[in-house]
Design a binder for this molecule. Structure first.
Ligand code: ADP
Ligand code: MG
Length: 252
């Protein structure tokens, strides 16, 4: 067992082993096993209520699990305290609702966690933040507060904030679902370039063209379980289950 826990080049960044999760008596994750390798882009799709958000949240221990194991770089997630905060801080999370601090500038939003958690000096944190804001195309918005930005710009700020922690991986839970249609592409473009740069990513999305283009692997969830898993071309051209066929047909 011990050798499996050793971190090395082949150790998945994220690994779930037979994870089960109940909300009361409601079984929302059913024996979910999944591993995400360094640099891999895994896209999770599936109907509403199938457990996609819960799955993302368990990876960061925003939700506890009922049974099974979750390993980050081969190590179990610490149960609590500083150790948990440290590991959690290195798995970035980008939500549908941006979750920016509304009364702080964009620059503050990006520098706060690196300063508080990684103890990076303000000057260095700001320099890095400006570089990241430039990377996502909103350097000129740095001194504004979130309400002064468009939804697409706010979501790009949230991505810069995640990147500022030098994450091992970033989880995206429907990052474009709250956006006006004309702002979706700018966020998908930033994510595509991140994927190309080698970032390890787990993405929940309903943007099927994007999923097909960016994913190394597609996971199809239904009713709390992984029903299908495979290369995007294979999955989209030849879904194996009736349920996946039905789901894909609803996007055409
Ligand atoms: P998805 O993201 O795929 O739409 P979710 O992970 O949000 O699905 O939800 C999976 C199931 O768990 C749903 O039936 C939902 O109602 C239920 N659920 C999610 N969060 C909670 C919660 N905090 N308490 C009780 N039930 C929840
Ligand atoms: Mg969800």
């Amino acid at each position: 067992m011990n050798s499996e826990r050793k971190s090395g080049a082949d150790t998945p960044v994220i690994e779930l082993r037979k994870v089960n999760k109940y909300f009361g008596t409601h079984h929302v994750l059913k024996d979910v096993s999944l591993s995400v390798r360094q640099g891999e882009v895994v896209v999770i799709i599936g109907p509403s209520g199938s457990g996609k958000s819960t799955l993302c949240r368990t990876i960061n221990r925003l939700e506890t699990i009922s049974s099974g194991e979750i390993l980050i770089e081969g190590q179990p997630m610490p149960a609590e305290g500083k150790e948990l905060a440290q590991v959690r801080s290195r798995i970035g999370m980008v939500f549908q609702s941006f979750n920016l601090f509304l009364h702080r500038t964009i620059l503050d939003n990006v520098t706060m966690a690196p300063m508080d958690v990684l103890h990076i000096k303000r000057k260095d944190a700001e320099e890095e933040a400006l570089k990241l804001l430039r990377q996502v195309g909103i350097e000129d918005q740095a001194r504004k507060v979130p309400a002064q930005l468009s939804g697409g710009q706010q979501q790009r700020a949230a991505i810069a904030r995640a990147l500022a922690m030098h994450p091992k991986a970033i989880l995206f839970d429907e990052p474009t679902s709250a956006l006006d249609p004309e702002m979706i592409q700018e966020v998908l473009d930033v994510m595509t370039s991140l994927a190309k740069s080698g970032m390890t990513m787990v993405i929940v999305t309903h943007e099927m063209n994007f999923a097909r283009n960016v994913a190394d692997r597609i996971i199809f969830m239904n009713d709390g379980a992984i029903l299908e898993e495979g290369a995007p071309d294979e999955f989209f051209a030849h879904p194996k289950t009736e349920r996946a066929r039905e789901f894909l047909a609803s996007f055409r």
